[in-house]
Ligand binder design. Sequence first.
Ligand code: S3P
Ligand code: PEP
Length: 433
Amino acid sequence: MIFKKVNSLHGEVTVPGDKSVSHRAIMLGSLAEGTTEITNFLQGADCLSTIACFEKMGIHVENNKVSSSNPSDTVVRVKGNGLRGLKAPNSILDVGNSGTTMRLMSGILSAQNFDVTVTGDSSIQKRPMKRIITPLSMMGANITSVNNNDCAPLNIVGGKLKGIHYDSPVASAQVKSAVLLAGLYADNPSSVTEPYVSRNHTELMFRQFGIDIKTSGTTATVSPATRLTAKKIMVPGDISSAAYFIVAGLIVPNSEVLIKNVGINPTRDGIIKVCKQMGANITLQNISDKNGEPTADILVKSSELTGTTIEGSIIPTLIDELPVIAVLACFAKGQTIIKDATELKVKESNRIDVMVHNLSLLGADVIATEDGMIINGGRELHGATIESKIDHRIAMSFAIASLMTEGETEIKQAECVDISYPNFYSDLSGLAM
Ligand SMILES: O=C(O)C1=C[C@@H](OP(=O)(O)O)[C@@H](O)[C@H](O)C1
Ligand SMILES: C=C(OP(=O)(O)O)C(=O)O
């Protein structure tokens, strides 16, 4: 797909529903009694993989997405079978490209009265699963990596679980959530302490479904559950998707962009804090609440930016936004340093290497470090051919960079944006008109 420079961006955009919240709504809805109604569910390939996995375990999901022109009007209905109501699937569960499905669902599968094999695409089969195998095994789960490499496919023999306290070496919501979901079935409370607080959507949604969950500092503790009651869930817009328009609005001159109904949960809003620290003109309007998840409209105006250092506890709150923040840093005055972000190496691609390589092809001054990158902003960028590595965040980041490059930029396998934002390119071109 070919992209060209634009002169300005104007207008409103409504980003699709939050990916993390959409996955969790399907999972908890499946385990609840009654019908869970989800509005603004993300119709991206990752969340559709979660639906497909639970359908294979006997859950009926009504998803009339094709009949609606406005995806946010679609209601997904999950007919839960109760905490003990999942059925043995008659084939392998395939999570596609979705790390969230793989790791969270493994927590649930560890406690079932059947055995199952879970796998995904070639990217998933390279991502580390020891991080969930370790705590789930401590709880009594029987999980083996089929190829003996701590990656998918995983064979999970469900059984009785015991409550544990787990000190997680990584700040990962996927690890935390795998333990908390398994903890619903354990004999005693289970808790997870992480180095920094990661996104807390599981904890917030547990409360909605009537589960006893407590948080204190970087520790979350869940009590075993007896039953979950179906809920109406309104999914906020995904700040990780809004991030592309935030950066676009800031770097393209004479721009003004309003991004409607975006989740601004403080465990996810690091990008807003970093942009403001860099001098961005960003205003939050219409702040409200959706099932305990704060939302706002985000007004972004082109801004003169200066470089900054991004490190420590803010990293988990903007981990998926770091690729597009690296693009932003190319248009800021001075140096931007990203530290403490080794997790970027184990996402859909090695996002440190892929960003540094591709930004260099555009002419940016950027080097990779052990745990992040250093970007010296202010160089003129030019067009190039970019390999997305079938990583949606890479494809979208370079679509944004190309708005400001001289000459054409070609993005290979650009259609991988379907993972988290199927209408991304048409929403972006709508602002350029
Ligand atoms: O729990 C979640 O929904 C997610 C957690 C993050 O992963 P980690 O837990 O591996 O940091 C994030 O990168 C991913 O896109 C979604
Ligand atoms: C890392 C991501 O997702 P997942 O881990 O669910 O594949 C992402 O969406 O950037």
